[in-house]
Design a protein around this ligand. Structure first.
Ligand code: C5P
Length: 205
């Protein structure tokens, strides 16, 4: 069973993907972390994004690298969205994601192009979304809790910029697959959103 979970930043897709993986007893890959790792390495080494992607793909996405807390930083998400427009970066990361999706027993992957490019034949596809304002409010609250000094307007502007880059790129843009179920989490608690996702996937598999 392959479950594809796509959607924009702060939509709740990561939490939903993890909960689905736990519920159905399959491994999960947060593919955003791969692009974050490439963006982060590129900046750290003042290097080339394509080389960073090749290096990451060659070392089998080690937990040691993907577990680095710096990958979770807001700024790293911005770096990721910049490098992810490079077709060579996407190409370097492609096969490992496909292999992860097709492992025996199934998998959950969350990202932007899972249902459209990585696993077009997934058994279940969810497109998780919410308005930019709702997503900005969530992200803002989460950052305030962590003591980050930021304004709501700055967070909203960043979300708009990321959405524009992710939906506007030529290669594998953020797009709802024609056969994906839409899950708008705007009016839902995360618990209710997870329950809705489980119900949708159960109906499809
Ligand atoms: O999901 P997350 O916010 O961690 O992703 C960071 C960035 O990585 C996204 O804004 C997007 O540009 C890129 N990404 C992508 N394709 C994926 C996952 C993430 O282009 N499958």
């Amino acid at each position: 069973m392959i479950i594809a979970v796509d959607g924009p930043t702060a939509s709740g897709k990561g939490t939903i993907a993890k909960a689905l993986a736990e519920h159905f007893g399959v491994p999960v890959l947060d593919t955003g972390l791969l692009y974050r790792a490439v963006g982060y390495q590129t900046q750290l080494n003042h290097g080339d994004a394509d080389d960073a992607a090749d290096a990451l793909a060659a070392c089998d996405f080690p937990d040691s690298l993907l577990g680095d807390p710096a990958l979770r930083y807001e700024t790293t998400g911005g770096l990721a969205s910049r490098v992810s427009v490079h077709p060579a970066v996407r190409a370097a990361l492609f096969q490992r994601q496909v292999d992860f999706a097709n492992q025996p027993g199934g998998a959950v992957l969350d990202g932007r192009d899972i249902g459209t490019v990585i696993a077009p034949n997934a058994d279940a596809k969810l497109f998780v979304t919410a308005s930019p304002e709702v997503r900005a409010q969530r992200r803002f609250a989460e950052m305030q809790k962590r003591g980050v000094n930021v304004t709501y307007d700055a967070v909203l502007a960043d979300i708009h910029a990321r959405d524009a880059r992710d939906t506007g790129r030529a290669d594998a843009p953020l797009l709802r697959a024609a056969d994906a179920d839409l899950l708008d989490t705007g009016d839902l608690t995360i618990g209710d959103a997870v329950q809705r996702a489980i119900t949708l996937v159960e109906a499809l598999t």
